[in-house]
Design a binder for this molecule. Sequence first.
Ligand code: IVH
Length: 707
Amino acid sequence: MYTKEIEITLLQLAKDLLRKLQQKESITDLDETLDGLRRVIIYNDWRYYVQSEPVLSDYEYDQLYAWLKELEAANPDKVSADSPTQRVAQGLTKAFPTVQHLVPMLSLENSYDADDLNDWDRKAREISGLDEIEYCIEPKFDGASISLIYENDRLTRGATRGDGVSGEDITTNIRQIRSIPLSASFATHGIQSIEIRGEVLINKNTFKAYNEQRAADNLPPLANPRNAASGSLRMVDPREVAKRGLEAFLYHMSYHTMEDGKTEPDEIRTHSNTLDMLSSLGFRSPSKQMKIVKGIKGVIDYVLAFEKERDSLPYEIDGMVIKVNDYALQDKLGMTTHHPRWAIAYKFAARQATSKLRKVEFQVGRTGSVTPVAKIDPVPIGGVTVGSISLFNEDVVREKDLKIGDTVLVERAGDVIPYIVKSLADLRNGEEEDIKFPTHCPVCHEPLFKPEGESVWRCINLTCEAQVVERMIHFVSKDAMDIRSLGESNVRKFYGLGIMKNIPGIYKMDFDKLAELEGFGKKSLTNLQTAIEQSKSQPLHRLVFGLGIRYVGETTAKTLANAVNHLLDLREWTEEQVLALEDIGPKVAGSIQQFFQTEDNIHMLQELEALGINLKSTKADHPVGGSLDGQTFLFTGTLNKLKRSDAEAMVEEQGGKILGGVSSKLNFLVVGDDAGSKLEKAKKINTIRILSEDDFLNLMQSPATEQ
Ligand code: IVH
């Protein structure tokens, strides 16, 4: 969609606009400025959301976006429907009207092994009379299917699949998904109107971060990325949809009309060409992951090999879809009422299993929440043995009608936590027992409370041992103070032995006593001591997160750390002042205020400061434009201009992190001479940006921010 030349022109345009903005130059031509801003923003959206390679930093992007909004607000007659500002809708959607699909959205036939695929291929060859068929293979995305209609290059409708014949009109929500262009130049291919289909997904990292926030808000996590995607698409507030970080892959053209007198171009005579066309028009299509092969043998080899890569992808796939590539041949094969004969899904090994629910234990968390945890007969699911599953709260247990002794269906999507889908009530023999909820804390035996309108039972005894230990475990954890050698089991052990009693106790441990313990050699104690010492100078936001204030997740912790000079300043803040901070609602503000009005908490913070822990806001707490906050890096091969340790320090200085290996969590791989297997592995994960040493040095001068 963008040639190299156009990309260079757009980058130059972006720089010119940023310069004009900074130098407050007056605008000579309003139309030209508006057009320039829109083109640059749409271009960066495409780089960011489709290519995963933004060219502007978040800060630069936000500046240009704010300028465009300001100019449009002052000149409302100049606002165009496909302006990037028009994605964000105001107000709530009352209902989603039902709309008919232009072509029914059929399902796919499933296959599970080579025999199934051979049978399917044999039938297709019999009907077509061909000896060998050309197939296009692509991932089967595990999300929510959508249909999009573009007329005269403009997105005019977005709908859910519904029952396949009619779905719900969710156009406003679809417009919030930044990888879906609001306009696309189908006219350059002679196409007047078109319906395309695809899948809306939430990538694994976004899903994980979302659930972490829900956990901080004491809400049960969403079961899996698929449910999260389909739920997000039907939310009544489009502004909420915009926050969910949805992505879309478009993989099917179901209908199109040509402009008057135009004949079908070559690019829409095969499925693979259509995918290429969609990519070239700015959509995210599986054109990079697809493979074209002749004959079913190649199909079988490819799907088996791809299954092994399943977990390294940033989003969930539950199989592969094999499609006859040539449209004329697809027409010849036709369809049944249920599925096309020209396509088949190959389903990967299920990540579901059944097991027996043996008992339910009740665990007390750091905020006193009492969580029921199901103990099942251990079963392997997707390469991991599952024996314990959180049931979140009483409502979940009641809704799922679970009983001790039930056979339960368990699912685990990729690296997502396992959950119980349902109990198989038909298999009951009458000996199953109801799950009884405790009235008293299982640890400190104080009575439990359930606040009005909440589904979670709570132990409100702040000195309850379970809470104290859980708070310490949270405090030392990776995303909080990151005291590496002091993991969960050591915290429990040291607490049990009376070596540390509370959070300040971590910094007052008697190392002579530790040296007497079995399994603690000199080296491990030195490591532990260094890690504890280093944690004292962690940026403030990590301490704030580590305190485990109710409803305060990592994002809110950063907002707070950014808003103060010294953490104890918050003692003087009113609830209204806290509420005025970005993205902090009344519930969160109330909890923060309560924390800083509680004498015990203030004493603890004063004690921590006296022990040398940093309570001041540092550079790392202030997200400035171009910082590498949250970005992950890995170096491989020999660097020529920099020492590796210096390069790593440069990343960390700007808030980035160094990872130990290549995985979907990695954002940048910096490649020196003679790079080996890390590079090969990174090439297979298309969200990783591969940089040369020079690229890296350029980036350090003007850091870009990844997805
Ligand atoms: S093609 C007429 N391609 O899988 C055929 N479907 O189990 C249209 N899906 O309803 C579907 N990835 O929601 C196709 N690459 C892909 C897909 C895909 C996921 C979904 C789709 C469909 C379901 C059938």
